[in-house]
Design a protein around this ligand. Structure first.
Ligand code: HSE
Length: 337
């Protein structure tokens, strides 16, 4: 299948590295026909581009200028319309207030009869039903597994394999950056240094305020409410507190009491309503979520037929999030095969 990348930051390059290293994956071959990135420019070749060359250029000098397939006049929308890809990989920075620029990229792709895979939470938070309808109307798929817990298969697993078990509540550590920061602070690192490190390691959002103020976890709670409970929650109606007010003294106090701070996102039924919340909680060290360290995430589904089911795995990072996109691409390829 022919693939085009819109956005070639940490996430896009995570997938590109996997494709560059594997000519075939699970019996399917993916050829990259275009890459468009706001900082680096646009390249397109319907016959296929050498992904490793693009990765090298992205690293140094950081632009596609000079590549013989460079299209200096093309923006992302033109690349989507004209590149001839079967699948558009949307991996631009998330904005859960406007959804842009990803929303326009995704709509253009679906309207043009192209499948879309994305890790971008904005459009999924704001317009999931519309986008699924748009995709269905054009006979293509819109897949977004990596929007929650990156490559750890949460949405597909719950939707497909827990479908018959009534879902009462979902609770978890949904943001890798803040979990990493809280763990590093327990080991004595300052908040600022831990945040800087999370950015270097590729866990944080382009604007990390979204992580530390809880907005990234909030977006994931809204997505879980929609996918698992069929409920439309707006970001304004979910109470949300981040970790910026947690000082070293708070961490020490929790440790002394045999507890650990965790940023918890949850959504569940209260009477006939579905409600969500995000905020830091002090959990006893014996709680399974307290043991989740670094950028790892975990989620517990509380169901009626099966009781509690917990999934733990990478929640952020280049390769893990690149894998999320790959898993969606393979679902599309398998479906077509
Ligand atoms: N910034 C996000 C996190 C990336 O730290 O969890 C994955 O959504």
């Amino acid at each position: 299948m022919k693939v085009a990348f819109i956005g070639f930051g940490v996430v896009g390059r995570g997938l590109a590295e996997i494709l560059a290293a594997n000519r075939e994956i699970n019996g399917f071959a993916f050829s990259t026909v275009a890459v468009s990135d706001l900082m680096r420019g646009t390249v397109c070749d319907p016959e296929g581009l050498d992904v490793q060359v693009l990765l090298d250029l992205a690293a140094d000098p950081g632009t596609f200028e000079g590549h013989n397939s460079c299209r200096p006049d093309w923006d992302a929308l033109q690349a989507i319309r004209e590149c001839g890809a079967d699948i558009i990989v949307e991996a631009t920075p998330t904005d859960i207030v406007t959804g842009e620029p990803a929303m326009s990229h995704i709509r253009t792709a679906l309207e043009g009869g192209k499948h879309v895979v994305t890790t971008n939470k904005g459009p999924v938070v704001l317009a999931l039903n519309d986008l699924l309808e748009l995709a269905a109307g054009h006979g293509v798929q819109f897949r977004y597994e990596g929007t929650v817990m990156s490559g750890t298969p949460v949405l597909n697993t719950a939707r497909r394999f827990l479908a018959g078990a009534g879902m009462n509540r979902v609770r978890g550590i949904l943001n890798g950056t803040t979990n990493y920061i809280l763990c590093e602070m327990e080991s004595g690192m300052s908040y600022a240094d831990a945040l800087k490190q999370a950015q270097v390691l590729g866990y944080a959002e382009t604007v990390p305020d979204a992580d530390v103020e809880g907005k990234d976890a909030l977006g994931k709670v809204v997505i879980l409410a929609k996918v698992l409970f069929g409920a439309t929650l707006s970001v304004d109606e979910v109470p949300c507190t981040g970790i910026t007010h947690i000082a070293p003294a708070d961490i020490e106090a929790a440790t002394a009491a045999g507890e650990r701070w965790k940023l918890i996102g949850e959504v569940g039924r209260e009477g006939d309503r579905v409600v969500g919340r995000v905020g830091p909680v002090r959990l006893p060290v014996g709680n399974p979520l307290a043991a989740v360290s670094g950028p790892t995430n975990a989620i517990t589904f509380s169901t009626d037929l099966l009781g509690d089911v917990t999934i733990e795995g990478p929640g952020a990072g280049k390769e893990a999030t690149g894998f999320a996109l790959l898993s969606d691409m393979l679902e599309i390829a398998r479906g077509l095969a």
